[in-house]
Design a protein around this ligand. Structure first.
Ligand SMILES: Nc1nc2c(ncn2[C@@H]2O[C@H](COP(=O)(O)OP(=O)(O)OP(=O)(O)O)[C@@H](O)[C@H]2O)c(=O)[nH]1
Length: 371
């Protein structure tokens, strides 16, 4: 009997679109299936890994930097080998890409793996219904990602009225390959069956298969020809292939223009000063995620998970474990940002031991709190 291969699904989507939320939904609705998870955070503090941990028994985390740029794929191979070993009894592996990853590179890595226990199981692209128009205007390359998707999840449906959602669905249908399903979801609540039973379509695998040696030779020859005929300094013009984006310095990868800033504070933060910081965040600072402790009376035993995506800001209160006095850990991701200014701005928001912080200082935070 042929050995059953474990599908490896790539879960991608722009910063803050709802990948971790969807993954957590899948994990809580997996029934009898065991899901192995690989999380790839862009920032050096692994916020996504923390949000997923506890829900899953087989998770590995590849922090700090986009997996799609890994020159050495042995780390991913090693993780896939670990998750695919029979003793782990994993039925499906989900790789949550960073919000700035190039999915085609990840897919290529999976297809290139010589582990015969796994098989590429498709690309799920999560789209933030409320932010899509702005994101696409800034990053037209998103179309390229959507064109590779096997399933598009139009997430945050709750934030957009029905007629606008219909228009978005039609637009996504035009961008994607004909026949690619577009499903609406709120908080990533999709039917897990949509993902687990999906088999890769033969033609997709062919379209994005690993570059063969012949392909590389042909590309090199085309590049040399272009150079000879003067099509741009490096011969790529605008048609730079994805795989060579970094090598040729074009910076075509989505994350080329993005910086991430990590901030950690042992003590609590001052709610008013932090709200002032958040209310005045610079335009390019698109994404903030992490955990905050506040020094205000009545709130010291609560840990707040914070998310900013574009203009959206939300705090989620989670009671801290008994005796736990966890740190504040934030990752800020943006384009054209000044990391030092952001770091010192956050430093200035620390709650000082000698300060009195009455409960009402939390009101600004509570306006954005849920749960
Ligand atoms: N209103 C609303 N908020 C959502 C929905 N899905 C996710 N969110 C919120 O959006 C924020 C970002 O969600 P995440 O799941 O962390 O997004 P992500 O794509 O993993 O983020 P990155 O890893 O930074 O790219 C969180 O505050 C979520 O609670 C949704 O359907 N509706």
């Amino acid at each position: 009997m042929a050995k059953r291969q474990i599908p490896v699904i790539v879960l991608a989507g722009f910063l803050g679109s709802g990948k971790t939320t969807l993954l957590n939904h899948l994990l809580s609705r997996s029934g009898g299936s065991r899901i192995g998870v690989v999380v790839n955070d862009f920032g050096s503090i692994e916020i996504d890994a923390m949000s997923v941990a506890g829900q899953v028994d087989s998770m590995v985390s590849l922090g700090n930097g986009c997996l799609c740029c890994a020159v050495d794929t042995s780390e991913l191979d090693g993780f896939l080998d670990r998750l695919a070993r029979p003793a782990a009894r994993i039925d499906v592996i989900v790789i949550e890409a960073s919000g700035l990853a190039e999915p085609q590179e990840l897919i290529r890595m999976i297809l290139a793996s010589d582990n015969t226990s796994i098989v590429y199981g498709g690309l799920v692209e999560v789209v933030d219904a409320a932010e899509f128009a702005g994101t696409r205007a800034r990053h037209p390359e998103i179309d390229r990602h959507l064109a590779l998707a096997d399933l598009v999840v139009l997430n945050k449906a709750d934030r957009v009225p029905e007629d606008a959602r219909r228009a978005l669905r039609e637009e996504l249908g035009r961008i994607g390959r004909p026949g690619t399903p577009v499903v609406e979801a709120s908080y990533g609540r999709v039917d897990p069956e949509l993902l687990f039973d999906r088999k890769p379509r033969e033609e997709d695998t062919a379209a994005i298969r690993q570059l063969s040696f012949e392909d590389l030779v042909r590309e090199e020859r085309e590049r040399a020809d272009a150079r000879e005929h003067g099509h741009g300094a490096d011969g790529h013009g605008d048609g730079c292939t994805d795989g060579c984006a970094d090598a040729c310095g074009h910076g075509a990868h989505l994350h080329a223009a993005y910086d991430s800033v990590a901030f950690t504070a042992d003590g609590p933060m001052d709610p008013r000063r932090l709200m002032d910081f958040l209310d005045n965040r610079p335009d390019g600072l698109y994404r903030i995620k992490g955990y905050v402790r506040f020094g205000a009376a009545g709130h010291r035993r609560t840990r707040y998970e914070v998310h900013a995506v574009g203009d959206f800001l939300r705090f989620y209160a989670t009671p801290a474990a008994r005796g736990e006095d966890g740190p504040t850990e934030l990752v800020l991701i943006g384009t054209g940002i000044d990391p030092e200014a952001l770091r010192s701005g956050l430093e200035a928001c620390r709650h000082l031991a000698e300060e009195d912080a009455e409960e009402h200082t939390m009101w600004g935070v509570l306006r954005y709190a849920q749960g």
